[in-house]
Design a protein around this ligand. Structure first.
Ligand SMILES: C[S@@+](CC[C@H](N)C(=O)[O-])C[C@H]1O[C@@H](n2cnc3c(N)ncnc32)[C@H](O)[C@@H]1O
Length: 232
């Protein structure tokens, strides 16, 4: 990984904001990901994220914390919160913004235990592929203290495969529709292609059951998205 994402975040943080990140996938055209959105405060967050913050308790791990939006809000409220991210640039930005406990660390390398684990802004994306969901859920389970909870958001993106008449243009029985090839570029530089996973609630619920976790939907979002609470 070239950490193009982290470079863009560092540019914004140091006052060098001149253009946004461009993203596209195997099923969607190029789109801008506005850098200011990755530096949002509580009032700019979707209701799902605000709800996740309100439900957070005890010691907290913010997985894929990005620039630390959620970590910082919780830290300011007095919580013991740690942010981890697999982007060095993102963690550098967290530190510059005042996050006291931010570590460059991929989720599978985390070993501490927590009361609340947050995965926000399509948290299931970090699982990358449907075949990796069990592995990630088992690992997250191993990081939970007794009575701990995982708060995670995602979307059912099967609507993206519908044409104007409502017909589906792929066989969703042969390919899980939420498994995407994800591409990113910034200032003309392209990141190595990544996998990014959107999981509908029922699929997440079934996957949780197979690894001995409970899963409940906390709320629906504005556009096929939802917040789930996973517990032991
Ligand atoms: C869509 S961004 C969300 C950032 C932040 N949670 C927010 O809401 O603004 C996803 C973040 O997850 C990080 N990430 C991806 N895979 C990861 C992994 N395996 N472990 C830790 N972080 C990861 C990326 O570097 C990125 O910062």
């Amino acid at each position: 990984m070239k950490d193009i994402f982290g470079k863009a975040l560092l540019d914004y943080q140091s006052g060098n904001y001149s253009e946004d990140i461009i993203t596209w996938t195997n099923i969607s055209d190029k789109d801008e990901l506005p850098l200011p959105y990755l530096f949002r405060d509580y009032s700019e967050m979707p209701k799902l994220e605000q709800k996740a913050l309100q439900l957070s308790k005890g010691t907290i791990l913010d997985v894929g914390c990005g620039t630390g939006n959620h970590t910082l809000w919780l830290q300011d409220k007095g919580f013991n919160v740690k942010g981890i991210d697999s982007s060095k640039g993102a963690i550098e930005v967290c530190k510059q913004r005042g996050v006291t406990n931010a570590e460059f660390k991929p989720l599978l390398e985390e070993t501490e235990k927590f009361d609340t684990i947050l995965l926000l802004m399509n948290g299931t994306g970090i699982f990358q592929e449907i075949i990796q969901v069990s592995k990630y859920l088992k690992h997250l389970k191993s990081l939970l203290k007794p009575n701990g909870q995982i708060l995670i958001d995602s979307s059912d993106i099967s609507y993206m495969y519908q044409d104007d008449d409502g017909g589906l243009w792929i066989d969703i029985n042969s390919h899980y529709p939420g498994e995407l090839d994800y591409y990113l570029s910034y200032k003309g530089e392209k990141e190595v292609p990544m996998k990014w996973l959107y999981l509908d609630f029922e699929t997440l619920n079934t996957a949780c059951q197979t690894v001995g976790l409970k899963c409940e939907k906390v709320m629906d979002g504005a556009h096929f998205d939802y917040l789930a609470r996973i517990s032991l």
